[in-house]
Write a protein that binds this ligand. Structure first.
Ligand SMILES: [Zn+2]
Length: 261
């Protein structure tokens, strides 16, 4: 009887040890950082009051305090913050990056990128890219960056988020890009000439399709970014389908840390 108990106890101990090992294996691996680059995809950042009054239920608009806490963490913990050119050089094997490498991107070209995000980026000596919707830069819409607002410097850069590929086409269950021919996609890119550089591109809603991939391969676009595959970008990823983490407001801070580790 005693022997049976010993065997059961032994099996239990082994079982728990294997389980614990399995659960902690990721933590141990991540202690030294993941390979590749954590590319973070934000949208808007607004004041605490505006967040409460106008964007309470919008997950893509963060409050200043939440955003600044993340930027301060990057700076305090010596994260290497990369520009689009750095990401491209890394992708082609021309540059090595730290295990703590991040790239900050923002979609849709909101005015608050210049008024709120940029001063915080400067304060912590980081850099960020905004992917701008071309036609919005000519609308005088106060919510969006206008042509004169798009001046690249050491802290911020502006690239393309399409000229006008956000609105859903005639098939409501598909994103517009999925309804477009390769030629229509080409024409959309051409409309951004003189407005914003298409050297780097972020897919509206992060959605790609075969026609877009075909066009990009024949174009001068250097890298294109998708969304939300919840993993770092590596050299094994497709050049025109690079993964980003979709950032959202009120995200638990440990999740932010986990993603960038
Ligand atoms: Zn967008």
């Amino acid at each position: 009887m005693k022997n049976i108990l010993k065997v059961i106890l032994c099996v239990l101990v082994c079982y728990i040890a294997i389980g614990l090992g399995w659960m902690t294996k990721d933590i141990i691996i991540h202690e030294n950082g993941k390979d590749g680059i954590a590319i973070l995809g934000y949208h808007g950042v607004v004041s605490e009051q505006e967040k409460k009054e106008n964007y309470a239920s919008n997950p893509y608009f963060m409050s200043i305090s939440e955003f600044e806490k993340q930027m301060k963490y990057l700076a305090d913990n010596n994260y290497q913050c990369l520009s689009m050119e750095d990401v491209e050089a890394y992708y082609h094997g021309k540059k090595e990056v730290s295990k703590k490498a991040v790239c900050l991107t923002f979609d849709d070209g909101y005015k608050n990128f210049n008024t709120i995000v940029k001063p915080i980026i400067k304060k912590y000596n980081l850099q960020a890219t905004n992917f701008v919707i071309g036609y919005k830069t000519k609308t005088n819409n106060l919510l969006y960056l206008q042509t004169n607002d798009l001046k690249n410097d050491q802290y911020v850069e502006y690239y393309s988020h399409s000229y006008d590929m956000h609105h859903i086409g005639h098939l409501p269950y598909k994103k517009k890009i999925e309804t477009m021919t390769t030629n229509e996609i080409k024409r959309d890119f051409e409309k951004n000439k003189g407005l914003v550089s298409t050297d780097y591109f972020a897919f509206p809603y992060g959605v790609s399709c075969q026609n877009a991939q075909d066009y990009l391969k024949s174009s001068s676009v250097k890298l294109a970014f998708s969304y939300n595959q919840n993993r770092h970008m590596t050299r094994n990823d497709k050049q025109y389908l690079l993964p980003r983490y979709l950032m959202f407001s009120n995200m638990p801070f440990p999740l932010f840390k986990w993603w960038i580790e």
